[in-house]
Every structure is written in structure tokens, then in C-alpha cells.
Design a protein around this ligand. Structure first.
Ligand SMILES: [Fe+2]
Length: 329
């Protein structure tokens, strides 16, 4: 027998392929997970007001503002920033992102040429077919869940130029908390969600032309920086889940978590001049109502990036809090 011929294996590749064995997110690394979990819970905000950071000039963040934004994102993967005057200037938003280390914008189908989307209700054209450009509710998701593996969205900024006359609030959940709660419930759930074929999105075909190919990948993965990445959509249509009993249990458990009251979900309705910067946290949007008669129409700017917010891979030391670990990666 030629020993150079690889042995044929009857075993499927491990569900956690690509996750380092020493990562706290590897389902078999119990000690690493316990340390990470302790630090995560110690740092976790109790109220979203803990994550609000006033910003004097988004074109030129002070060292303190930058440090506060990063600290919030280390704790919860998100921060709410408040500018003094709302502005529809996309270059201003891009400049804010650049100061946080966000450079590579995702040029998705509906983004404008500069890679930043102006989200408002559209009644005609390409945009009108997509829910973000309607006044309807948006279900739980992370951005770009349909993107190819090498174009995953690691961070986004959402900025309110003008709120709706009524409604349009967001709910936000740190994916690391979703992971933590799922792993506490059953480590086999997270193992199933780490399978490379856990969740698939069929191609987007318009008039017989493929404008976005199919996308298959894990829900939870660990990126090269060692941080957790989540790819998820709660949509019933256009999502194909792996046909496996553990995957089914895990996704139903997650759906219940997102619709229940036990997860640390933050609700926030952005006012004019306010924005969210995040390492692509889970989010949803309430439906809303514009009031054209009063000249009111919701307008938000959205920028999506391929990289995480720089310097947000560790849990910082905060005064008055005790941490088991300060660096958990
Ligand atoms: Fe989104």
C-alpha cells in the first residue's frame, strides 16, 4: 500500500474547524471559557446609558473620547455616540470610522458609490425591494450575514440624521453575550452553531442574473484576531439551516432568547445627531412612521466595514470593578 495516499476518513470535519483549541470560544476549552466568562460578566454594562459617549467634533476625536468609545466596545462591542449637530455628510461619518481604525467599507448592492448607505423609505427603484428601505420592522440579524466568508462584516456605524415621526427604535444584543448564554445552556448548541455549514443563504437572482452568490458558513466563528464573530438572521424565508437535530435545537433556543426577556438586550431610539458604532452586534428595528405633511422623514446613514474597531480585543480595567482577567484572548 502506498503510504503517500491519504487514508479515506469516514468522519466529517470537526464542527469547530478553524477555532484554535486554546480559544475560550472552543467548546472543549472549559477553563479558558470560565476565565473569559468571568471577565465578560464583570465588565458587562447593566444599562445602555453606560455606553453613551458625547463627541464634540466627529472629525477630530479627542484622546479621551476615543478611549471611551473603545472602552465601551471592549465591554459590550458597541457604543452610542452623540454629536452636537446632525449632519448628512457621509465624509464626516467615514472620518469618524477611520479614527476607530475602520477603513475598508463594504460596497453592498444598495450602498452608494462611496460605500455608505442613506437609509430612508424608498418607493421605487432597486432599494424599494429591500426591507431596510421601507418603514417595516427588521428582524434580528447581524449585518452582511449573506456575504462571502472573506467579506464578513466585522463592524458598522449607524448614524441618525433625522428620526421617524414615530417608532424606529433599535434593539441591540452583544453577540458575545448571546454566545455566553447559549454555551451556559448547552455547549453542544454552540458546537452546532460553529459548523461550517450551519446556516446557508441562497443566491440573490434578479431577472435570471445572479447578483449575489449563495453563502454558507457558521453562525459563530473565531476570526484571526481571536475574537468571536457572529453571522445570523432570524428571517424565516431565504435562510437554510443545516438539517441536524442539534442545529435545530440551537436555533430555536436562540430565537426564544431573542424574543424573550432574559437576555441583556438594550433598546434605544437614536435621536438626531446620535449614532451606534459596533463590532457588528445583533440588532433589530421597530417599524416606524414618517410624517410627510410635517416634513418629517427618517434618515439614517450606515457604514459597514470588513475590520473590527481597532483596540477592542481585550476587556479593559475599569475603576471600582474587579476582573478575573484583563486580557482573555
Ligand atoms: Fe442591519
Amino acid at each position: 500500500m502506498d503510504s503517500n495516499i491519504p487514508m479515506k476518513s469516514d468522519h466529517a470535519p470537526p464542527a469547530t474547524a478553524g477555532v484554535p483549541a486554546d480559544s475560550p470560544f472552543h467548546p472543549d476549552n472549559r477553563l479558558g471559557y470560565r476565565r473569559w466568562r468571568t471577565a465578560k460578566l464583570a465588565a458587562a454594562p447593566r444599562r445602555i446609558q453606560e455606553l453613551v459617549v458625547p463627541v464634540r467634533d466627529p472629525l477630530s476625536l479627542s484622546a479621551t473620547e476615543l478611549q471611551r468609545l473603545r472602552a465601551c466596545c471592549c465591554r459590550a462591542n458597541m457604543a452610542i455616540f452623540e454629536t452636537r449637530t446632525p449632519s448628512a455628510d457621509k465624509a464626516r461619518l467615514a472620518a469618524l470610522g477611520a479614527q476607530l481604525g475602520l477603513q475598508r467599507l463594504d460596497a453592498n448592492l444598495c450602498a452608494d458609490e462611496d460605500g455608505i448607505s442613506a437609509l430612508s423609505v424608498r418607493f421605487e427603484g432597486l432599494h424599494a425591494d429591500y426591507i431596510p428601505y421601507t418603514d417595516r420592522p427588521l428582524s434580528w440579524h447581524t449585518d452582511g450575514y449573506y456575504n462571502a466568508p472573506d467579506r464578513q462584516i466585522r463592524a458598522w456605524i449607524l448614524y441618525c440624521v433625522e428620526p421617524a415621526a414615530e417608532g424606529g427604535a433599535n434593539a441591540l444584543l452583544d453577540p458575545e453575550m448571546a454566545y455566553l448564554l447559549m454555551r451556559d445552556e448547552d455547549p453542544e448548541y454552540v458546537r452546532a452553531m460553529m459548523a461550517p455549514d450551519a446556516m446557508s443563504v441562497p443566491p440573490n437572482i434578479v431577472d435570471g442574473r445572479v447578483i449575489r452568490p449563495a453563502s454558507t458558513g457558521p453562525v459563530f466563528s473565531v476570526d484571526p484576531t481571536g475574537t468571536l464573530h457572529m453571522r445570523y438572521s432570524a428571517r424565516q424565508r431565504n435562510i437554510l439551516w443545516k438539517e441536524d437535530s442539534m442545529t435545530e435545537k440551537a436555533r430555536h433556543w436562540l430565537a426564544r432568547l431573542l424574543s424573550g426577556a432574559t437576555a441583556p438586550i438594550f433598546r434605544y431610539c437614536l435621536g438626531p445627531g446620535q449614532g451606534v458604532v459596533s463590532n457588528n452586534v445583533l440588532h433589530r428595528r421597530d417599524g416606524f412612521r414618517d410624517d410627510p405633511g410635517a416634513g418629517s422623514a427618517r434618515l439614517l446613514l450606515r457604514a459597514r466595514y470588513y475590520e473590527r474597531i481597532a483596540g477592542t480585543e481585550t476587556v479593559p480595567q475599569l475603576p471600582g470593578r474587579r476582573y478575573a482577567e484583563t486580557c482573555f484572548i
